[in-house]
Write a new protein. Structure first.
Length: 235
């Protein structure tokens, strides 16, 4: 069977977007293709177009978006490589405009990725992205996490800019496969209270906390400090 060929239309997003993202991926030793970068650039252009009609993001500068949205989303690939984890399925809870679901689906076409969000307009946007970019490995689902019980548990469940850790642990416990992972995108200045509450919640939700995976996002003269807080499902 012939491979699927993705055709990405030319965009109006400045080339600095792809240049910034490709440089950071090279620094992280993450392989990429020009087709994949073009798909991410097309997603960003669609995001900017839709942003004029609905509130999807406050970050509209191409360089800032390449770092804070796209590279940050792909930091999960660093965590997986560092921890030696095998992944087949990913569920992104509270996906919003598709972060990290869309970048992960583009860069890892062998994964089956589900984007879950309770806002119909946001899921509608992701559905249009799936159609435009022809991403057969990405599914968009309109549902609130508190009520959604369809599908099989995922190897990795991601939450990004959604809620405090304890709530994420409670809300996603049924979505994580046995021995799977909940991964929360956070800054490194997370409060001791939030971490303590998460530790207490782990026992009730059947998780074991793991050491955070810390990484930097270089943005001009700044070094943004980020961390993936990960929790292993034990029962």
């Amino acid at each position: 069977m012939s491979p699927i060929v993705h055709t990405v239309r030319m965009t109006t997003v400045p080339v600095e977007f792809e240049h910034t993202l490709s440089q950071l991926l090279d620094r992280w030793r993450i392989d990429w293709t020009s087709v994949q970068l073009g798909m991410l650039r097309a997603h960003f252009e669609s995001l900017l177009e839709a942003n004029s009609r609905m509130n999807l993001t406050r970050i509209t500068n191409p360089i800032e978006a390449a770092v804070k949205h796209y590279a940050d989303s792909l930091a999960l690939l660093l965590w997986i490589r560092d921890r030696g984890i095998e992944v087949g399925t990913v569920l992104d809870v509270g996906s919003g405009a598709g972060f990290p679901a869309v970048p992960l689906a583009v860069m890892r076409p062998e994964w089956q990725v589900t984007a879950l969000d309770g806002t119909a307009k946001k899921i509608g946007f992701i559905e249009r992205v799936v159609e435009t970019l022809r991403l057969p490995n990405l599914r968009a689902v309109h549902a609130h996490s508190a009520h959604w019980r369809e599908g099989r548990p995922a190897d990795v469940v991601t939450v990004r800019a959604v809620a405090k850790l304890a709530k994420c642990l409670r809300d996603t416990a049924d979505f994580v496969a046995p021995n799977g992972w909940l991964v929360a995108y956070k800054t490194t200045d997370i409060s001791d209270d939030e971490l303590s509450e998460a530790q207490l919640q782990c026992g009730d939700s059947g998780f074991r906390s793991e050491p955070p995976f810390k990484y930097e996002l270089p943005l001009k003269d700044d070094r943004l400090q980020r961390a993936l807080q990960s929790f292993r499902k034990t029962r």
